[in-house]
Design a protein around this ligand. Structure first.
Ligand code: ZN
Length: 161
């Protein structure tokens, strides 16, 4: 048995340690869109902030079906978001640098083990879907994913819903 005390636990783990704030509940869109990073007939990647507590999230499309979009979520560090939005609002960075900053924020963000099912036509959050682990879904960019509504169909057929 070791007498060494447990090391202090980090508040945030890189993979699945973060959770969504309690304000993101089904209903009228509970977030403000700060920045649309990528778009295809509607947002596919965007930086949003909770309307209640202001916490920032990156929403990334995992799948779609008609007007429904299934987003996986990354929780960026608040200081990284503050720096990014400051630089973008100042217009101090050129487009390439802006892209690099966004990528950096994305790659250093914690992966959240929850998905959001959103209807782009009504701007309503339909469901908040908990995963066992953030590793249960692919994290490649949406352009590399099939986006053939398989994930939406599978999650809606789960026996607990
Ligand atoms: Zn919140």
């Amino acid at each position: 048995m070791s007498a060494t005390p447990n090391p202090p636990q980090a508040n945030v783990r890189r993979d699945g340690g973060s959770t969504l704030c309690p304000h993101l509940q089904p209903g009228p869109c509970p977030w403000e869109t700060e920045l649309v990073i990528d778009d295809h007939l509607g947002p596919t990647e965007s930086l949003v902030a909770c309307r209640v507590c202001g916490r920032a999230y990156l929403l990334e499309m995992l799948d779609w079906s008609g007007t429904l979009r299934l987003f996986r979520v990354r929780a960026p560090a608040p200081d990284a978001v503050a720096l990014l939005t400051r630089d973008l609002r100042r217009g101090s960075c050129d487009l390439r640098r802006a892209g690099e900053e966004i990528r950096h924020v994305s790659l250093t963000s914690d992966r959240v083990a929850e998905l959001l099912l959103y209807d782009t036509s009504t701007t309503v959050l339909l469901e908040r879907i908990a995963l066992d682990s953030a590793a249960d879904v692919p994290w490649a960019g949406w352009r590399e994913l099939p986006c053939d509504s398989t994930w939406i169909a599978r999650l809606r057929k789960r026996p607990d819903r």
